[in-house]
Design a protein around this ligand. Structure first.
Ligand SMILES: Nc1ncnc2c1ncn2[C@@H]1O[C@H](COP(=O)(O)OP(=O)(O)OP(=O)(O)O)[C@@H](O)[C@H]1O
Ligand SMILES: [Mg+2]
Length: 372
């Protein structure tokens, strides 16, 4: 099957010499929902704009359905973009705003009206079809922007932080609409967001970018449970990273807190290499010290850490424990109140922390900043 979108060796160097995107390679299947996440300035918008045709491509190729479109103008591409800071035309009604893209593409008035009516129906906008932007709520404006992107029936919809300005509730309700629309229309979505939780909920796959490059492309659950790089381990979720030396390439590491075991994520790691073990806060299970140490060591296949409780916070059924490891380093445990054997733990109490080896991931040691 031909991929809907294929990026090959994509690079963008701006006229001022700054390289915003490099070596970006990505294949997206038809109907996939793919999110781009990463810190501010990592190149998400630049990547999106090269796909849409609003930014020239310094090197590499963009293919849509097997056709190379590097030099095709935006309005000829089967893409539609909803921008980070979108604006509606203030002097036009909602309906005219939505029809606008069709007019620009030469669609006849009768068909324009019919297509915009259909999309307004889908997005529950018919009641406000005659209003202007000034008379709309934030959520309504957002839905109009979506309708404007969808009405041209793009093959690929590019969305740059489309929900950024909304409050949490509205955001959730539009998230649901988005996902539903994407499923029913079968359109491919490339979705840029700052909000990890949004990407985790909506996406088939997530692309994590860092300093212009792709760090990892994974299904949401794998991104969470199997970070492949130190950057991803720090960026996604709440993990503690502990450095050490790989004593066995199949998953043993010697750390300052003793030997630990985990799943090695990086096939290039060899015995003797500097590495780090990623300890996810929600996989760490607290036990009172005095619990049978040998039994815990057997239960967790050796992965037992000694610590001291700093603070315990219980909200509903979720319990957060901040604890200090032997050298004072802080570690966070996040879980259900029934988990482990830690009832009645108070600050100052000794604590044993268990982690099943299959829930720990071993990644490379941190790269130095600026090292290529
Ligand atoms: N027109 C431009 N000229 C020069 N540099 C630019 C230009 N546009 C963006 N950049 C730089 O390119 C890098 C990537 O910018 P980009 O807008 O793609 O980041 P982003 O990931 O979308 O960030 P944010 O999350 O803040 O929107 C940044 O360092 C930015 O300063
Ligand atoms: Mg951006």
């Amino acid at each position: 099957m031909i991929a809907d979108l294929e990026l090959i060796g994509l690079r963008k160097t701006y006229p001022n010499g700054a390289t915003a995107v490099q070596d970006v390679a990505l294949t997206v299947e038809q109907g996939e929902f793919v999110s781009l996440v990463g810190p501010s300035g990592c190149g998400k918008t630049t990547t999106l704009r090269m796909i849409a045709g609003f930014e020239s491509i310094t090197a590499g190729d963009v293919f849509i359905r097997g056709q190379r479109i590097n030099d095709m103008p935006p309005e000829k591409r089967p893409t539609s973009t909803i921008f980070q800071n979108f604006a509606l035309f203030p002097h036009m009604s909602v309906a005219r705003n939505i029809e606008y893209g069709l007019a620009a593409r030469g669609v006849k008035p009768a068909e324009r009206a019919e297509r915009s009516r259909r999309i307004m129906e889908k997005l529950d906008l018919l009641d406000i079809a005659d209003r202007r932007e000034a008379g709309l709520s934030g959520g309504q404006r957002q839905r109009v922007a979506l309708a404007r992107g969808l009405v041209v029936e793009p093959q690929i919809l590019l969305l740059d932080e489309p929900l950024g300005a909304l409050d949490a509730n509205l955001r959730r309700s539009i998230q649901n609409e988005l996902k539903l629309l994407q499923r029913t229309l079968g359109i491919t979505f490339i979705f840029v967001t700052h909000a990890q939780s949004e990407a985790l909920v909506l996406s088939d796959r997530i692309v994590v970018m860092n300093r212009g490059r792709i760090e990892q492309v994974s299904r949401p659950v794998d991104l969470y449970t199997r970070p492949q790089t130190p950057f991803v381990a720090r960026f996604i979720g709440r993990n503690t990273l502990v450095g050490g030396k790989l004593t066995d390439a199949s998953g043993s590491i010697e750390t300052p807190y003793g030997p630990m075991r985990g799943v090695v994520a990086n096939a290039l790691l060899r015995r003797g290499d500097a590495a780090q073990i990623v300890l996810p806060s929600e996989a760490l299970e607290p036990h009172r010290d005095g619990a049978d140490h040998d039994r815990l060591v057997a239960q967790y296949d050796g992965n037992v850490l000694s610590a001291r409780v700093l603070a315990v916070e219980v909200v509903a059924h979720t319990r957060l424990i901040r604890a200090a490891l032997a050298d004072g380093r802080e570690i966070l445990l996040e879980g259900h109140t029934g988990q482990g054997s830690a009832e009645g733990l108070a600050p100052g109490n000794p604590l044993l922390i268990g982690l099943r080896p299959e829930e720990a991931t071993i990644v490379a040691a941190e790269q130095q900043q600026g090292k290529k």
